[in-house]
Design a protein around this ligand. Structure first.
Ligand code: 3HC
Length: 286
């Protein structure tokens, strides 16, 4: 039997960077005890600083009381020792986007954490199935892809690997919802739903700038005001981190090749006369 939400009180987080500290924060704010682990004490301390800043922002906006912010912070324990995750009911890994590093972490977690515990990864583009393959609990490995900034963004993508058990996927949805998020599900295909679509958009924004289509400010303004997104591609790339965008783009390029031709399905639907709202049928029915 795998642990369920009913038996979940303590959440382990591997990685205290932007995503890991954000996940630790939302878990603590939702009332869970949290163990946040990183490889160096200074990374753990920096994770706590990020959490304190974020909680302060909520307090100053009167979205959170000072007492609740303090209580959330008190629920988070920091460590550099992976063995301290042994009494967690679920672990979410949010280390760097490097397959070898993630596989090492999952192999270690597989040893350190009881066998009925679900191990989730916050990977943005890497294969859940490949990460899971180094463990003896492949059915209990699932993707839990949070969005940056984690404390503010409402969405979490649940990624189902080749061997992920259905009950484990359901647990991942339920856990994310209990952290105050809304979920959707993706198969374990490169970039999942979000980054598969977002990264070409960001890269096209960068190319448009590089090829002199418009100034940086006008590209961002055009996409913001023209399509009602909160950030244009260049400012969003800056927000996510250009290194993270490059890593994700390289993985997508390696796995999917040239994605810039018009989509085959787009041509097929136009040939069929399914032009969208105006004909009553596009990708949806109207
Ligand atoms: N902690 C707590 N609160 C925060 C916060 C944080 N870290 N960051 C922002 N906030 C709050 C502020 O208090 C503010 O609240 P208010 O609306 O009540 O005033 C609100 O969020 C907006 O903050 P700001 O006014 O400082 O800034 P913006 O209005 O520019 O909003 C933003 C910031 C929420 C980041 C918004 O610009 C946004 O939604 N941008 C798009 C972010 C996005 O697309 N993220 C997903 C990236 S893809 C990803 O993460 C996947 C990965 O795999 C690459």
């Amino acid at each position: 039997m795998v642990r369920t939400l009913d038996s979940t009180e303590r959440i382990g987080v591997v990685g205290a960077g932007t995503m890991g500290s954000g996940i630790a924060q939302v878990a603590a704010q939702a009332g869970y005890d949290v163990v946040m682990r990183d490889v160096e004490t200074e990374f753990v301390e920096s994770g706590f600083e990020t959490i304190e800043d974020s909680l302060d922002r909520f307090v100053s906006k009167e979205k959170l009381s000072e007492a609740d912010a303090d209580a959330a912070l008190d629920r988070i324990e920091g460590t550099t020792d992976l063995a301290d995750l042994a009494d967690c009911d679920v672990v979410v890994e949010a280390a760097v986007e490097d397959m070898e590093i993630k596989q090492d972490i999952f192999a270690d977690l597989d040893e350190a954490v009881p066998e009925d515990v679900v191990l989730a990864t916050n990977t943005s583009t890497l294969s859940i199935t490949t990460i899971a393959s180094v463990t003896d609990r492949e059915a209990q490995i699932v993707g839990l892809h949070f969005m940056n900034p984690v404390p503010v963004m409402k969405g979490v993508e649940v990624v189902v690997g080749e061997k992920t058990d259905e009950a484990v996927a359901e647990f991942a949805h339920a856990l994310a919802e209990d952290l105050g998020k809304e979920t959707w599900e993706s198969d374990d295909k490169p970039g999942f739903v979000t980054n598969r679509i977002l990264m070409p958009w960001i890269n096209e924004g960068i190319r448009a700038y590089d090829e002199g289509v418009a100034s940086k400010a006008d590209i961002d303004k055009g996409m913001k005001l023209g399509t009602n997104v909160p950030m244009g591609p260049l400012e969003l790339a800056d927000h996510i981190g250009l290194d993270i965008c490059l890593d994700a783009s390289e993985t997508l390029h390696e796995e999917l090749g040239d994605r810039y031709k018009p989509a085959y399905l787009l041509k097929r639907k136009v040939d069929a006369g399914d032009l969208g709202k105006k004909t009553g049928t596009g990708f949806y029915e109207y």
